[in-house]
Design a protein around this ligand. Structure first.
Ligand SMILES: [Zn+2]
Length: 135
């Protein structure tokens, strides 16, 4: 596993995984994350690029333009989103602290599913279709 899984066909629910590869499909563009510049990536993927890889958005975008991202991130190397996913789970159905952001995902594009109504399991985390128009 580790790849994004489409669970409920009619709703096109995409679960946010605990681990991902940069060769996985970006739900925003349906291309691999490695082919997309900052701005076309979910914020939690951009955080991995800046915080974990230590690249600036400009450095990442230059790698995308040169087709060189896999020389840095590797197509098969897995990166963890477990801390982020855990932070989304801790929302536990509460409202966003800032009323200006999306009430479902709090502006992160990841929604908690504390009752399992979307992902089919309690504590699941799914990609915000409301923000992205995917459902
Ligand atoms: Zn949202």
């Amino acid at each position: 596993m580790g790849a994004l899984a489409v669970l409920d066909e009619p709703l096109h629910v995409v679960e946010v995984p605990e681990r991902f590869r940069f060769s996985d499909e970006n739900p925003l563009t349906l291309e691999p994350y490695a082919r997309n510049k900052v701005g076309d990536l979910p914020p939690y993927i951009e955080e991995v690029i800046t915080d974990e890889l230590g690249l600036s958005p400009q450095e990442w975008d230059a790698l995308v333009e040169q087709g060189e991202t896999y020389s840095v991130v590797g197509p098969h190397k897995e990166y963890s989103l477990s801390r982020f996913v855990a932070s989304v789970r801790r929302r536990n159905g509460r409202d966003a602290p800032n009323p200006k952001v999306c009430g479902d995902c709090w502006g992160t594009l990841a929604c908690d599913d504390y009752d399992g109504s979307m992902t089919g399991r309690k504590g699941g985390v799914y990609f915000c279709g409301f923000c992205t128009g995917t459902f």
